[in-house]
Design a protein around this ligand. Sequence first.
Ligand code: ADP
Length: 497
Amino acid sequence: MTNNKQLKVLFVTPELVPFVKVGGVADVSSALPKMLAELGCEVRVVVPKYGAVDNRKFKIHDVVRLKDIPITIGDKDYTFSLKSSFLPSPKVRVQIYFLDNELYFGSRKSIYGDALSGEDYPDNDMRFAFFSHAIFELIEKLGWQPDIIHCNDWQTGLVPAYFKALKKRNPASETIKILYTIHNFSNQGIFGKGTLKGLGLPDSMINENGILHGNKVNYMKAGIQFADFVNTVSPGYAKEVMANKVISSGLDELLKKKKKKFAGLINGIDESDWNPKTDKFIPKRYVLKSIDEKLENKKALIERFDLEGDLNEPVIGIISRLTEEKGIDLFVDSFDKLAKMKVKFVVLGAGQKIYHTKLEKLHKQYPHKLGLLLGFDNELAHLIEAGADMLLMPSKYEPCGLNQMYSLVYGTIPIVRKTGGLADTVSQFDSAKGTGNGFVFEKYTAGDMIKSITSAMKIFEDKGTWNKIIANGMQSDFSWKSSARGYVELYQNILNQ
Ligand code: ADP
């Protein structure tokens, strides 16, 4: 690595742990900048100041000189202010800027939509166009210019377009390179053409080689078109989205065209949060040598959900957004069969109403077989990772997936479908060779999933072999260090382009 010290990165994200989280992008946005800072980069992070972010709890202060900054988008005038804080870390200081606008962020209790109805806010198009545009003004005013702007997901997809469109206003900005990371192709920021009039983009960008895709406005497509480089979060998923219209939600052809400027880079996990040796949320901490103590956590989990059966029966956990892509259909549709097996389940999840309803019904029917918490509960997620014997991820698609990596370091054996990042991180256990760290099924069918669960349950009975699988997982390195090194290399390659 050369010249890390000088590498300045502005990390632009819609979500950030511990302040605001809906999905995995929030974890990445905290862990990666911290690791980049450890590797010697100067990193600052920008995130919207949603109403749900607690100023007092997180010691968030106004940046007095950056108050009420005017911004014109199209023919409308707005202002934004900056607030600031630091990422919690004993090792490094990573500055965070909260971009504050009362109308678009401060007044909203939720992040993307009404929590009760599950409907997206109707002005999400302008909310995140505003956020993206304001990054340009921010750089003008900050007195600190990054070498790289690292954007994440559809909410920041317009940043590269605005930098191209506005560059004459700040010629110094022309040296900045933009990396656009896509954490999931299933949310692209697609809006009707009515959105265009509010965006203030030049006509030259408003076509199928620019921001339009299939005659609709598509923020992710704009990101892919105008960024200097694009990546997604695992090599497996990168291949799948170039090859498959469904997985890429229609962007496969474009990605194939851009393949010289498109790569897959696997996420890591934040070991300061997810480590059974230091985890402050679990009743009993453990390491590989003391793996038997994991059982204390299993007891706590079983008690919490009042699950039946003896302690020798395996407990399988699911921690997931409850959406179609996560394969929840396979699980709920086959639960009557699963309930006949000598196994118990704990599901923690939130998402589509249809799955809430189905899971509640199953829980009523099998209250001691299926533990259920519908909602978001980080502490419980830790207890499940530590207390379950296996973790099920039957995803239809999985860009990277974090839970399977958490479960590997917690000695909780993943049972996953072979897709995207799951295929990159979990390998089928081979009892003859003693290799592999989990159970992998290929076809997206309940039959294949049940077969995989059954074979895991069989091996579970042989403690010696089971402990071998546990060791294979717990000894592997899923830390952010190697992934962050990959990003530093990528930044340097982009700067040398
Ligand atoms: P995705 O980003 O697609 O939701 P990932 O596996 O990459 O999936 O990341 C999900 C993250 O969110 C993990 O950190 C997981 O533990 C967490 N998570 C998901 N659902 C819940 C929930 N209901 N309660 C607590 N944590 C959750």
